[in-house]
Design a protein around this ligand. Structure first.
Ligand code: GCV
Length: 646
């Protein structure tokens, strides 16, 4: 087989629906999509019907909810609006034969979060250092090729279908680092965005665009981009009006400002609320929103300056602005205070802005988690984040706080024939959509759904083996790369593979401060950067104290001697050795497990997974040896088990 892999929508996944008599009632583009799906599945429309999907006014299902029931041999899906019918249809597909078995009382399904977005970091052009898709590990862009919009966009339609089937309803099409050619997507290249939107629309996906804050200068011939300048405001208002004339259901803008070299309001002495509100005002008449990113920090730091702490930056910049943002301005916050590391605490910004709409940003593309060469199922990490209660027990979880703005994932998909490079990385995109719909869903259960849809004929052995490989794979990856909350021990630039001091003395603010006596960043209020003070109670005290700080975050919050004893009874240095040996062994075990089931998934998937597992095993051993050797040489403390350390 050589075509594009169908991911979680192979024809076999529609067998149960396809063998039934189905009626679809209602009008609208998305209802037509459901009709087309039903027809493509091979269903008959003759009566009596086994499945009836209809738009009805009863109940309060909202735009996207649906009610499912089964009685008297008929399965019924009712929605109040077309999008709900589409999600209901895909739910029936997910259930398969189970949708047509015993009677079911009415179940109501509604998404917990209204905005469920993937952000692409796609560029129109190839960039020498980063390729076409920034931090992309799945080939080129699905939208652009060789500097131009793809001539054939049918794969974008297939992508929209995959996204809708896991509940995603918006896509930001281009990189938040908006370079020169990409800036033009807002004006003279807007037709390209409209063409992409036309492919996404039938599956209920709204299109958003990343824009350059300096667009009035870059595109409008103005001499300033000052957000309070009347000419600048007029330019944005007029430009945005044109966007909506071309794409009436356009979702809005995404902005990375004053971050890693991108322009922003600081150049004019204005605040980020001034910047975001200017765009919000331009979008408001059309019902659009601006997603304004909180990823703002000083990337020209001196490692000797212990008073500057990158983890503090987003809170320091944004918490004082709480309450100043417009209703249609959404502050988009990375889930952790640093930058998508394998292990971070939840960002304190999420608790600090009750008067601001917040979206939480996750990273499906595996920049720091194995770059889609390593198996790393991220749903357990995301689930921990979403369930975390920043203000303590009995107070709202992150998922609830994010209801005002939504959940966003940086996409891991590209023009690779398996969509995500590593075929098993598809599960991360699927899981993101499902968690955005139901944040309390169980990660292994979501994985089980993905397995069932992707490999509909999977015998129990395949299902069990995929769980054995993937359920705990994030923690396995953590074991061999990121002990006790240390991050960034990666090779600079591309961020793949180990380099313990690769970022240690650079200006990026990414330090572990290992010396001969100890390791970790002192972020306490008592003796460190004071970052723990950005958390409300109980976390401010939990993280401050060595007695209560969770082991897995110890070195994120504290600098301790190598002999410090963890809650699990091990010393820090012995824990580093033990986890790195164990993690590399687990990677090798994953490969062994796969070798007994690979033949069950088709030779092309098998070949790709094998190739990736070989690399994972090699890389995990390299991580083990580099990290263990580094810390052995720094500390001089031998491994109590006498294993080989160089
Ligand atoms: C799009 C990290 C990544 C950058 C990315 C940035 C961001 O720093 O390495 O590639 O830029 O995050 O989220 O803006």
């Amino acid at each position: 087989m050589t075509g594009v892999h169908p991911a979680w929508l192979p024809a076999e996944a529609f067998r149960a629906v396809g063998s039934r008599r189905v009626a679809v009632h209602g009008d609208g583009l998305l209802v037509d999509t459901v009709r087309a799906e039903v027809a493509a599945a091979g269903s008959s429309s003759s009566s009596p019907h086994d499945l009836v999907l209809s738009i009805g006014s009863s109940g309060s299902l909202g735009d996207e909810g649906f009610a499912l029931s089964r009685a008297d041999g008929v399965t019924t899906v009712v929605a109040n609006a077309p999008a709900g019918l589409l999600y209901g249809f895909f739910h029936v597909v997910r259930l398969g034969e189970a949708a047509f078995g015993a009677d079911r009382p009415v179940e109501v399904h509604r998404p917990a979060l209204r905005r469920r977005i993937v952000d692409h970091w796609d560029n129109v052009d190839l960039h020498p250092a980063i390729g076409q898709v920034e931090r992309g590990y799945a080939g080129g862009s699905l939208f652009w090729e060789r500097g131009a919009l793809r001539v054939d966009l049918s794969r974008v339609r297939d992508y929209a279908r995959l996204l809708a089937a896991c509940g995603i309803n918006a896509v930001a099409v281009n990189n938040v680092n908006v370079h020169r050619s990409e800036a033009h997507l807002l004006t003279d290249r807007l037709g390209e965005v409209a063409a992409i939107a036309a492919e996404l629309r039938p599956y209920g996906i709204r299109t958003h665009l990343s824009v350059n804050f300096a667009s009035p200068i870059l595109l409008g011939g103005l001499t300033t981009a000052d957000p309070l300048d009347p000419a600048v405001r007029r330019w944005w208002a007029a430009t945005t009006r044109q966007v909506y004339e071309t794409i009436p259901d356009f979702g809005g803008y995404v902005v990375k400002a004053d971050s890693e070299g991108q322009p922003g309001p600081f150049a004019y002495g204005r605040s980020h609320a001034d910047g975001a509100n200017m765009l919000a005002d331009a979008l408001a008449p059309h019902g659009g929103v601006v997603h304004w990113r909180a990823f703002v920090y000083n990337h020209r730091q001196d490692w000797r300056d212990r008073s500057t702490d990158r983890a503090r930056a987003a809170y320091d910049h944004f918490a004082p602005l709480d309450g100043q943002f417009r209703d249609n301005a959404i502050l988009q916050v990375k889930h952790g205070p640093m930058d998508f590391q394998t292990r971070e605490p939840v960002s304190p910004v999420i608790a600090a802005m009750p008067g601001t709409r917040l979206a939480v940003e996750l990273q499906a593309t595996q920049e720091y988690t194995g770059q889609q060469r390593h198996v790393c199922y991220l749903a357990p990490m995301w689930s921990e984040v979403l369930r975390f209660r920043p203000n303590g027990d009995g107070r709202p979880a992150v998922a609830t706080l994010a209801q005002t703005g939504g959940l966003v994932a940086v996409s891991n998909a590209g023009d690779d024939r398996f969509w995500t490079g590593h075929p098993l990385a598809q599960a991360n995109l699927y899981a993101f959509g499902r968690l955005a719909w139901a944040p309390d869903a169980d990660p292994p259960a979501i994985l089980d759904e993905w397995i069932g849809l992707t490999f509909p004929d999977a015998p129990p052995q395949l299902r069990q083996t995929l769980h054995a490989m993937m359920d705990d794979s994030w923690r396995t990856y953590e074991r061999y790369t990121a002990p006790l909350g240390v991050g960034f021990m990666v090779r600079p630039g591309h961020h793949y593979g180990p380099d313990v001091d690769g970022y240690e003395y650079t200006p990026w603010g990414t330090y572990h401060f290992a010396d001969r006596d100890g390791v970790g960043v002192d972020r306490t209020r008592a003796t460190g950067t004071g970052f723990t003070g950005q958390y409300p109670q109980p976390w401010a005290d939990v993280y401050e104290s060595l007695d209560t700080c969770p082991d897995e975050l110890l070195l994120f919050f504290h600098h301790v001697p190598y002999g410090h004893v963890l809650h699990n009874g091990s010393t820090v240095i012995q824990h580093i050795y033990d986890t790195h040996f164990a993690g590399a062994d687990e990677a090798a075990r994953m490969r062994d497990l796969w070798s007994s089931v690979g033949h069950l998934v088709g030779s092309d998937v098998d070949a790709r997974v094998r190739e990736r597992l070989d690399e994972q095993v090699r890389s995990a051993a390299e991580w083990r040896d580099q990290i263990n050797t580094y810390f052995y040489r720094k500390s001089g403390v031998p491994d109590v088990k006498g294993r080989r350390i160089y």
